[in-house]
Design a protein around this ligand. Sequence first.
Ligand code: AMP
Ligand code: MG
Length: 350
Amino acid sequence: MATRETKLLQTGQLAQAAALLRAGKLVAIPTETVYGLAADALNPAAAAAIYAAKGRPSDNPLIVHVASVEEIPLLVRELPDALYRLAEAYWPGPMTVVLPKSERVPDETSGGLDTVAIRIPAHPVARELIRLAGTPLAAPSANLSGKPSPTCAQHCINDLSGRVDAILDGGPCGVGVESTVLTLCTNPPRILRPGAVTLEMLRKVLADIELDEAVFTHLADDQKAASPGMKYKHYAPKAKVVLVHGSSEQFRAFMADKQDAGALCFDEEEKGLCCRCVTYGNGQDAASQAQRLFDALRQLDTENFSLVYAHAAKEGGVGQAVYNRLLRAAGFEEIVLPVVEHGMPACVDL
Ligand code: AMP
Ligand code: MG
């Protein structure tokens, strides 16, 4: 693709970013989840340019970001009561809702689907930019397709310099993993991707919500994914990654004879391990793991590991989203360390 001049903008330059977006250009923007690669969601050429810049498969739809609920009727054919109840509870925030799309949403934005995914971001810069641009913004994660999502401007610069018109630096993202995707187009409604708005939180509003099977299981090549993004290779570092379940003690014992491999572990575990480590937050704090995860996955590449054992976290809260992303980084390869009374635990293949 032709090289573009990529401007680096600061949050004091929102008017300039909005003018670029109104002109059909591409701008990487901060949100509370991850950085998004934004373009005018109602402009087919602008939306198509997002796919080209990311190298994204054209059937993987984009999330449309709006600043207020009042903008949604333009985008959808149905406005279920459930949408308003979800909006009341969790918007602005890291929740995306899929609804039947209106004709105003181009096929380029919806990846050819008859539905559209919508979110109101909590990040004040993102919402202000949508208002200034005067149009909904299609914004998938601002990474090259297949790479971990970007959680700071530097990640966007590394992936997209020369491929987009501007990168707006809003500092590091607070949540660190992408939004929860929930479809209201199935009965019962279904979570297609876990995020910081958890199943338990959503069930407080809609009791009958289910988790899609693709969240924790590997779909066969011929299986259709409800969320097309689920079927693509994601977050995969260059190293082979194996996910390891067990306590810190078990993990340390397991790693004792694996000095040549790398460890993706918790901050407090680094000192006790004799191999090279990359850390991803505190073992007791799922929010800190989410915030650190994608930067840690990118760091694995710069460390040039060929094999990495990743210590899996507990699954409570946003931990479910962390586990979902780690499973994909590991190509679904995981082992559970058995509890043993004496000596070194042996490992068991799942
Ligand atoms: P990204 O913004 O890069 O995190 O990707 C957007 C995610 O939302 C992908 O996993 C898509 O498959 C999913 N998504 C977007 N639109 C839809 C839709 N209409 N139906 C189902 N999933 C969607
Ligand atoms: Mg993405």
